[in-house]
Ligand binder design. Sequence first.
Ligand code: BGC
Length: 376
Amino acid sequence: MKRKLPAVIAGLASLALMVGGCSASRDAGTTSAGASGGAMDPAKTLVGIAMPTKSLERWNKDGANLESLLKKDGFQTTLQYADNKVADQVSQIQNMVNQGAKILVVASIDGTALDPVLTTAASKGVKVIAYDRLINKTDHVDYYATFDNYKVGTLQGNYIKEKIASMTKPINFEAFAGSPDDNNAKFFFAGAWDVLLPLVKDGTLTCVSNKCPASNDEWTKVGIQGWTSAAAQSEMQNRLNSFYTGGKKVNIVLSPNDSLALGIAQALEGAGYAAGASYPILTGQDADKANVLNILAGKQSMTVWKDTRELGSQVEKMVKEIAAGGTVTVNDTKSYNNGNKVVPTFLIDPLVVTKDTVKKSLVDSGFYTAADLGLS
Ligand code: BGC
């Protein structure tokens, strides 16, 4: 990313028109992309689902939900988790192809590492859907379904912007970003940074550790490899120990997701921060159960909820459309260039959840039961 993301996105628009021959954009509403060959009988069609890791709650939900939807539709399925190890994911996908999978749904670990195995898959006519994370630097990804990743970051940035409106300076601020090998992470960061960098530049926010990236392009400087809570915790501990001396307190922490927010909250707690008015604003994403409990306990301010059931239903629809041999529904043919091509995408809207909206958003919708969250 050489410039701000929206500029890049705008620049890609004409490319999308040339490459895809489709003229759809989100504004133009839902449309369909690319015919995919003859019809497949679900009962004879194996769908391979490759998920990154079981260590994060969301991927367990994603995998189980999608597998059960496809099974209900009569498809054969195989669901594999790769423990965040790229080589394991490659060999799992290879095995799926060897077993005769006709459609692959892949939430990649390293979005740039799959070209060789997907080239083999393509030679056997296998169709590939990138799930949640784009697969980069390959021609052999057919569709992408995800939440609007840039908007996730915008929602986090705007949340912080609203909260600081009533705060007095200095407002001490720390920024984190996601895993450098995850294509989504730069979109999350860009969405937030387009809101927050101007506030850093005009002195509204003080980057006490001096680690704030000077531009969107430099986001990997604050990236946490593998999205682990442990690495986020130790980075936050380091910053608190080195820069927050003599009673100085951090007021705002931009965390791109819940696994990082969990580690950051632990570091804060270890440094003596207690829930209450002086607890820092801390953002997140995913509405993982532990984080929703933290939100209710005042140890995290918000999360950006991505209803994995909605993503599952969208991907289920794509799988059925591919199997039927017709067109596949997408609503964005501009934003996601994987380095080789613009991948036809279906984007879903994410939603902010705070303490006040946990019940309405997460319980009333059945994502959690009241008992799950200790609310009954
Ligand atoms: C997903 C996030 C998730 C993160 C860590 C990203 O690609 O979009 O929802 O928090 O990976 O697993």
